[in-house]
Design a protein around this ligand. Structure first.
Ligand SMILES: [Zn+2]
Length: 480
């Protein structure tokens, strides 16, 4: 029986008990980056939330499938079918090929993700690899009367989708009244949005379609890719709060227009904005940071990770150098507590006791309560305080230290991933290390010291860890 997880669902406006479509499994789609520039810390706050969500489900025992797309075409400067494609604009300014621009920033994004220890998604589809699916979905919407072609472009007939606005809590009639009428608009109604746009001959990214040469709109890609990879009804969709309207609203309209009107996503989760020094981040104000900017200033990946994680995803995070300083000292405190536990647990250890259980239970309860990171962290700091007090009074037993040490490594760090500096040892690497240690133990029992040394060297060089032989047992730790 898996523990209950509660999620604040934007669609209903309520905190709900998560019920998976398939027992023990969760399928997550997360809107990925538009790869026309380096992603900034505000973007990463939302990607970090998707990482946290996946880790919390894994920790609770679920099998997760996460899809996070790469938008490499079709995202216009304005979300309302206006302006230039963001990637084409960058390509024009830098006089480069737009595909090369997209690939360059995609690679940079993946590097930044690694620095922040964000687990890679199971699928990372690129919009340009799913043009056929986007065309097919558009055709389906035309066939069902939800879309129409005009002059080589295709638009969604928004007013026909009666629940449009349900996610962002906008009323359709208010949206209709407020929609701006554009000059030379070829749409039937101002609220309609583009599924496919006709390309002029000199447009740099274009494909064949039943409506002539053109390129897809931004919203259609997430519908086409999520349907293809997760099915037309899946568990969770995440994004930044700025995605809520119109992007996610349009996704719902496309999904449910095409699938006959049944629900396409059960839970919609949105991450709040981030402010820097109390203000909206902007290049002109000089408070605009990419991950690379912060690394250059001497901050480490795990410190940026901790800083971005430390506030609840549904509250505004006011980011500053002070947030990073605090992150640095919190991590140091956790590492020190972990070191003390490791030290102490080397003693002959006494009867097994469930010292850590109440802390571990509270830690998980907080995480399962709509990813309540501040409460989960409060529990960790209470644990550290209690450990230090016991140590001072000389009451910390080896069994307690051992259980707390394991909690830091296996529970806390499965979620936070900040305990060990830089080098990350994956679960499969850990298994390989343990297998090699067992093999080494056998040859040592046979007094084959040469092979034992060879295996030690192999483990240490291959995984960047060091082995510690003590009182007949071998443990390992990351080389400092
Ligand atoms: Zn999206």
């Amino acid at each position: 029986m898996l523990p209950e997880i509660f999620l604040q669902n934007t669609l209903t406006g309520k905190k709900e008990t998560f019920k998976p479509l398939k027992a023990g499994e969760v399928k997550i789609y997360s809107c990925g980056p538009t790869v026309y520039d380096f992603a900034h810390i505000g973007n990463f706050r939302s990607f970090m939330m998707a990482d946290l969500l996946t880790r919390v489900f894994e920790y609770a025992g679920y099998k997760t499938t996460k899809v996070q797309n790469i938008t490499d075409v079709g995202h216009l400067v304005s979300d309302h079918d206006e302006g230039e494609d963001k990637i084409l604009k960058k390509a024009r300014l830098e006089k480069k090929d737009p595909f090369a621009i997209a690939r360059f920033f995609e690679d940079a994004f993946i590097e930044d993700e690694k620095v922040l220890r964000i687990l890679p998604p199971d699928h990372r589809p690129r919009a340009t690899d799913y043009i056929t699916e986007q065309i097919n979905l558009t055709q389906k919407l035309i066939a069902k009367g939800f879309a129409y072609e005009v002059n080589g472009s295709v638009y969604f007939r928004t007013e026909q989708f009666k629940t449009y606005g349900q996610l962002s809590k906008n009323k359709l009639e208010d949206l209709i009244a407020g929609a701006r009428i554009e000059i030379n608009d070829e749409k039937e109604k101002p609220l309609d949005f583009a599924l496919w746009k006709k390309a002029e001959p000199n447009h740099l990214m274009q494909w064949d379609s039943p409506w002539g040469r053109g390129y897809p709109g931004w919203h259609i890609e997430c519908s086409a890719m999520s349907q293809k990879l997760l099915g037309d009804h899946f568990d969770i969709h995440t994004g930044g709060e700025d995605n809520k309207f119109p992007h996610h609203e349009c996704e719902i309209a496309q999904n449910e227009g095409a699938n006959g009107g049944h629900k396409s996503v059960n839970y919609w989760l949105h991450t709040k904005h981030l402010l820097v020094d109390g203000e909206k981040m902007s290049k002109s104000k000089g408070n605009f940071y990419t991950i690379r900017d912060l690394l250059k200033k001497g901050w480490k990946g795990e410190e940026i990770r901790y800083a971005l994680l430390s506030a609840h995803y549904r509250t505004t995070l006011n980011f500053s150098e002070n947030t990073l300083t605090q992150a640095r000292s919190s991590i140091a405190r956790m590492r020190e507590a972990h070191r003390i536990c490791q030290e102490k647990s080397k003693d002959q250890y006494d009867i097994n006791e469930n010292f850590i259980l109440p802390y571990a239970n509270e830690f998980q309860r907080a995480l399962n309560d709509d990813l309540n990171i501040p409460e989960a962290l409060a529990t960790v700091f209470t644990l550290i305080q209690d450990l230090m007090k016991k140590r001072e009074l000389n009451q910390l037993t080896a069994a307690q230290a051992r259980s707390a040490g394991l909690f830091f490594e296996k529970d806390f760090d499965q979620i936070f991933s900040v305990l060990f500096p830089e080098k990350i040892i994956s679960e499969s690497e850990k298994k390989e290390i343990e297998t090699l240690i067992k093999k080494r133990k056998q040859v040592r029992n046979d007094k084959d010291w040469a092979t034992s040394d060879l295996i030690r060297n192999q483990i240490e060089s291959q995984f960047g860890v060091e082995l510690i032989d003590e009182s007949g047992t071998t443990t390992w730790r990351i080389k400092q």
